[in-house]
Write a protein that binds this ligand. Structure first.
Ligand SMILES: NC(=O)N[C@@H](O)C(=O)O
Length: 268
């Protein structure tokens, strides 16, 4: 099932089931556990990020070619950082280039996002996917200057500005997306393909990540995991490519769909 979260014309938030013909019907029940397609037509006024996360965990350097293009060795253990939940942005809504705390080096990163459906502690690789409610597209927007020059060696600052965690367009349940580690994934900036790879190339697979993360931390239902980006990011290009006002950036993942966001400047 492809689950969407949306506002109706009076601002009421509901969950829907997206069908191949583009229509949406209302979903009943808890979308993270046992969503039920009611078959009743949904009145979608505004598409939202498919989930309001309780925590946003992010993995860095999870593709060898991306580590290489950044001059970094492949990590021995998954590299963890976090984003605040206020960074979440809806599909179609703008990524805002910071001007108060200015950054002129804002970059894109296509990522497969895993959504945890029930509390998870000490999962094994074998039972890890049983905790998954579904998968969606994410863009790990990154201010490289605040990440690498002014972040004191911490990733968080450069990764957690408002609007730096777009997610969508829908949540695909595991019965429909059975293997998260065999999906084409790409970023398109305006009409140019910037990243074009496969989740089969993750250093740490999705089950490994869930087992590793839950070994120390209870992954509560509603936790999302950004699983890392492949090569082709803007900072590693010659000359570097930074997001500009007026740009349109899209992340597309096989079996999920396309997450598109315009880029604007913060009004100060
Ligand atoms: N360079 C960098 O920040 N990369 C990470 O976000 C990643 O996804 O690997």
């Amino acid at each position: 099932m492809k689950i969407t979260r949306f506002e109706d014309p009076v601002g009421h938030i509901s969950y829907g089931c997206l069908h191949a013909d583009g229509s949406t019907t209302l979903v009943d029940g808890d979308p993270l556990h046992s969503p039920v397609d009611t078959g009743k037509p949904a009145n979608v006024a505004k598409l939202l990020a498919p989930i309001e996360p309780v925590d946003i965990l992010c993995i860095g350097l999870n593709y060898a070619k991306h580590a290489e293009e950044g001059g970094k060795p492949c990590p021995e253990h998954p590299v963890l950082f976090m984003k605040t939940t206020s960074a979440v942005q809806n599909p179609g809504d703008p990524v805002v280039l910071p001007r108060t705390l200015r950054s002129d080096r804002v970059d894109y990163e296509c990522e497969l996002v895993v959504v945890i459906g029930r509390d998870c502690k000490n999962a094994t690789e074998e039972d890890a996917l049983g905790y998954v409610a579904g998968y969606t597209c994410g863009n790990d927007i990154s201010a490289r200057d605040w990440q690498s020059m002014w972040g004191g060696g911490q990733f968080c600052r450069g990764k957690t500005f408002d609007t730096f965690a777009p997610m969508g367009p829908c949540l695909v349940t595991p019965d429909e997306l059975t293997d998260p580690n065999n999906l084409a994934i790409k970023t398109t900036l305006n009409d140019q393909v910037m990243q074009d790879w496969t989740t089969a190339d993750m250093i740490f697979s999705v089950p490994k990540l869930i087992a590793f993360l839950s070994g120390s931390t209870t992954l509560r239902a509603g936790t999302v995991i950004f699983t890392g980006t492949p090569h082709g990011v803007g900072f590693a290009r010659q000359p570097p490519v930074w997001l500009q006002p007026g740009d349109t950036v899209s992340v597309e993942i096989e079996g999920i769909g396309v997450l598109t966001n315009p880029v604007v400047e913060e009004e100060v």
